[in-house]
Design a protein around this ligand. Sequence first.
Ligand code: ADP
Length: 370
Amino acid sequence: MKIGILGGGQLGRMLIQSALKYDDQFYTLDPASDAPCHNISYFTQGNFNDYETVLNFGKDKDVVTIEIEHVNADALAELESQGIKIVPNPHIIKTIQQKILQKEFYKIHDIPSPEFQIIWNSDEKIIMPLPFVQKMNTGGYDGKGVQVIRTEEDYQHLWTEPSVIESLVDIDKELSVIVARNESGETKTFPVTEMVADPKLNLLDFNICPVFLSEDIQRQIDSITEKFLNAIHSPGLFAIELFLDKKGKVWVNETAPRLHNSGHQSQEGNANSQFEQMYRVIKNLPLADTDIITYSGMLNLVGAEGYAGKVIYEGMDEVLKLPKTYIHLYGKTETKPGRKMGHINVLADSREELMEKLIKVKEMVRVIAE
Ligand code: ADP
């Protein structure tokens, strides 16, 4: 099959890497000439937000999928009407692209998500009690486009663009669950993972699996995934980001309609990875078993503060000496502060051992520049 991917970043790269054991041809579209997929696929340099570019890219493919959601969904809908298979459905991409539509989707389908109010412009009267979180309708990514409004003085910082304001959840844990559905309607869910964020960069730092959850919490998550999978009417792989609050209630924060950073430990930690699962979704094959092999965790390798330029990974030789530790680099030559350059997966026999190993690895490595 000729498989086209909108986006040529690390998610696409790891999908292709995983799928090379099968017999397909991968095509990618990305604006950056040195995108992580540029030298491992048939690469087109171009803007995946541009209608004509996406149409041209997709017209001779058997399937077109995405590895980033900020793409031209109208062009995907047009390709679909011409008989090209699109995964996931352009309609669900459009819903997720806009926080307002995404929040309404949860409400309509009775999926618990924090209370919200839609703000169309600066004249809107705010009825949401303080403190609350404001999220831009479009364009937010990796924590950008999200701000907390705590006091009435903070009202002056409110963004005036269309946005959603939602109640501030008293977060105990940030969890993620990756679900997949193929065209035949078969579904599979990965075991829940826990994200531990770096408060400064707002980027995912450690991601660990399994997470010990009470029966009640697991039941809430199962109910969310079931409602979600019943509501989407689309094949695809989706990462549902969850908040567990301090009272034991689970809320949906947001969903990504694609492969996700919170699933990277599945490369070595589960019977099959999220990349293998995505491949099977694209091809409408029987879905893969997602069982946990052992305790697993992932550490993002992000560009250190104060360094920009040609990348150097400091401490990698030491990491390579560690047992059950796996380096994944994304083929990016230039680093800058906060840029995701790679990740390291670690396996262990207990949660304590896992955390110790992750902290040790984090202290060993630094992503700097020449
Ligand atoms: P992005 O899509 O840019 O990653 P998110 O919506 O995931 O943005 O928000 C980034 C972070 O902000 C979350 O991981 C969480 O820590 C915090 N956050 C977002 N929404 C809320 C909320 N309603 N209550 C408390 N914290 C929140």
